[in-house]
Ligand binder design. Structure first.
Ligand code: ZN
Length: 116
């Protein structure tokens, strides 16, 4: 009978990867209070849509509480493409990119004999 064991990995295997150079998403702690007085605190990514209720370990539903001045995102407001661009780049970065692209475009037009 063939030996079908998996080799090389296992549950609890130690990873030699480090967290060096990894940028974790910015997080915020969000708390939920259930009617029995239990509080559940959970980390969410800042850009995540935070649910208004969370099931408590006792079986009741916890209601969202805000911590540290964090305001949950307005569920009616959709993130725009511009919002997403601004999450990845600053306005200064975008200005620099725009100037680079305009320079390239003008050079191409000059080479093609078109007056700029
Ligand atoms: Zn509870």
């Amino acid at each position: 009978m063939a030996d079908r064991r998996l080799t090389g990995t296992g549950i609890g295997a130690h990873s030699f990867e480090t967290e060096e150079g990894i940028d974790f998403a910015a997080r915020v702690n969000v708390a939920y209070d259930c009617p029995q007085g239990h509080a559940s605190v959970l980390p969410f990514a800042v850009e995540a849509e935070v649910p208004n209720i969370w099931p408590c370990h006792c079986g009741n539903l916890g209601v969202l509480r805000t911590l540290d001045g964090f305001k949950p995102p307005d569920p009616k407001r959709k993130r725009t493409h511009w919002d997403m661009v601004l999450e990845r780049r600053t306005v200064e970065d975008l200005e620099e990119l725009l100037q680079e692209r305009l320079t390239l475009l003008r050079e191409r037009r000059l080479r093609a004999g078109v007056l700029v």
